[in-house]
Design a binder for this molecule. Structure first.
Ligand code: AMP
Length: 536
């Protein structure tokens, strides 16, 4: 017997077309470089995304060719998210925080044909111009400046565009592309298909995932060049949600003003952003009126339990998730299941600080040297994953099979425990675990605990070579504005929470910690800095 169902391709063209018909008057708000707000609606977005696609086709864009973007989070980038793939092209978002040499490497490796760039980012483009060879550079006049004659003017192209002629499209066609921002080795490209993006959007929209619906107002603080802003622009269009884009103004005051003026209900970003927001709220608790229960999706690095507790006091709900560039990115999301709803408050917070349970169609396992680790919440192993939005190879490195097992699992490089209820807890990146006297110490657990101390703003724990123990943990700490702390008081604070051998033997106080271009602690740099630090 055969199924009698239609073969119907899962494409972004369908999502765009439906949004244009059903949600034409829903608003899209963007903060511009001068901090004013640009407003229009899905009807305009739909028309302009198609016009951009038509303009790119007129420039000669062919199926599967890459269009790079060097842009902040705003309406024009959003138009490229749909205009490029609906014209058959591949949207390649460039991480503007990378070193210009790395950006140039990525552009060349991806063989990007066209570039769309914010006018305010032209100085950055100037730094990669000599090492790249775009056929056409299209400038978005965001700040109202006139576009230099040798570049294409985004607005003029859209105004003059011939209608897009929808290309033949298969759901497996490439639609988007991102490079990993790893701290070691060359960045690697991951290519997303229409199908993988659509399925990822379905999964993330679900109630027990991000629960994103038509009545939401979504503010992606996570940059649109960091794994497609975690897919939020795609999911929002599928549901017809209002969008509020923060532009380049990611400081706490501008974000909180935007949350208030647009009554944002769902926002997403890395923990460093939330640490700043928390400080602003604690300083002026009465200044902003936010939507009660606004969900704050935290990913990219661990959400410390203290942060989850602190936001609860303001009526704001942290939603903790885990993902990677290679997983589109959402793989696991934390929600309190029926069987855990009755737990005491402290246990619930402990659970909410874990990275959550896998979404449907996202399979996980933890592998130790003894084989698959039991789901006991204690045995550590490397997290391996598979599913329809997990990469099966890197672009241009199809022979590089080191990251995939023979039976098709992707090896994440994250060390986890999985508990009996299926919640994963990231204990470390493999290379960040501290090995002391043959025993593993989780730097992440120590960091999360330290950031619960009222005087601590941020902490990193690294392994520093030690003559007797191989490595011992060193805590590098940034204290909150106007505070001072001592090594003794921090060690005392940690002591009841950990085995004695886990406690850092040293504490260094610094003004700032180094971060990667996507907001993760750059521990390689700290390890380098403190490598020769003498132990007492
Ligand atoms: P990227 O590909 O830049 O998104 O980085 C992915 C990596 O970020 C993962 O492999 C994890 O090491 C880390 N990561 C992402 N989300 C979390 C989280 N919620 N907690 C801890 N680490 C995370």
């Amino acid at each position: 017997m055969r199924s009698t169902m239609m073969q119907f391709p899962l494409t972004l063209a369908h999502i765009l077309d439906r949004a244009g018909r059903l949600f034409a008057s829903t608003e899209i708000v963007s903060r511009l470089p001068d901090k004013s707000l640009h407003r229009y609606a899905y009807g305009d977005f739909h028309r302009r995304a198609l016009a951009l696609g038509g303009a790119l086709q007129a420039l000669g864009l062919k199926r599967g060719e890459r269009v790079a973007t060097l842009m902040w989070n705003h309406y024009a980038h959003f138009e490229a998210y749909f205009g490029v793939p609906c014209a058959g092209g591949v949207l390649h978002t460039l991480n503007l925080r990378l070193h210009p040499d790395d950006i140039a490497y990525i552009v060349n490796h991806a063989e990007d044909r066209f570039l769309i760039v914010d006018d305010v980012l032209l100085p950055l483009y100037d730094k990669i111009r000599a090492n790249t060879n775009f056929e056409k550079v299209i400038v978005v006049p965001l700040s109202g400046s006139s576009v230099p004659a040798h570049y294409g003017d985004y607005e003029a192209l859209i105004a003059q565009s011939a209608p897009l002629s929808p290309p033949a499209m298969d759901e497996e066609d490439p639609a988007g592309m991102c490079y990993t921002s790893g701290t070691t080795g060359k960045p690697k490209g991951v290519v997303y298909s229409h199908r993988s993006i659509v399925l990822h959007s379905f999964a993330t929209a679900m109630v027990d995932c991000l629960g994103l619906g038509n009545r939401d107002c979504v503010c992606p603080v996570v940059p649109m060049f960091h794994v497609n802003a975690w897919g939020l622009p795609f999911t929002a269009v599928m549901m017809g949600a209002k969008l509020a884009f923060p532009g380049q103004h990611l400081d706490a005051v501008n974000l909180l003003d935007l949350y208030q003026s647009e009554q944002v209900t769902l926002t997403a970003g890395v923990p460093t952003i939330w640490a700043g927001i928390l400080q602003a709220l604690e300083k002026e608790p009465a200044r902003w009126t936010l939507t009660p229960g606004m969900r704050m999706v935290v990913g990219g690095a661990a959400a410390p339990e203290a942060m989850i507790r602190a936001f609860d006091k303001f009526g704001l709900g942290v939603v903790h998730g885990w993902g990677m560039t290679e997983t589109s990115p959402v793989g696991t999301v934390n929600f309190i299941k029926r069987e855990t709803a009755g737990l005491a408050s402290d246990r619930q917070y402990e659970l909410r600080a874990k990275q959550g349970v896998p979404t449907p169609f996202f399979e996980i396992r933890a592998m130790s040297d003894k084989g698959e680790a039991p789901w006991d919440g204690a045995t550590m192993g490397e997290l391996q994953v598979r599913g329809p939005w997990v990469a099966a190879s890197y672009h241009g490195l199809e022979d590089d099979t080191g990251k995939w097992t023979e039976d098709g699992w992707f090896c994440t490089g994250d060390i986890v425990t999985i508990d009996a209820a299926g919640y994963i807890k990231i204990t470390d990146r493999i290379k960040d675990l501290v090995k002391s006297g043959g025993e593993w110490i989780s730097s992440l657990d120590l960091e999360n605990a330290l950031s619960g101390h009222p005087k601590v703003r941020e902490a990193a724990v690294i392994g520093v070579p030690h003559s007797k123990w191989d490595e011992r943990p060193l805590a590098v700490v940034v204290v909150k504005e106007g505070q001072t702390a001592t090594a003794d008081e921090l060690r005392e604070y940690l002591a009841p929470k950990f085995a004695a051998f886990w406690l850092p033997d040293g504490f260094e106080f610094v003004d700032e910690l180094p971060h990667t271009a996507t907001g993760k602690l750059l521990k390689a740099k700290l390890r380098e800095r403190f490598r020769g630090r003498p132990w007492d």
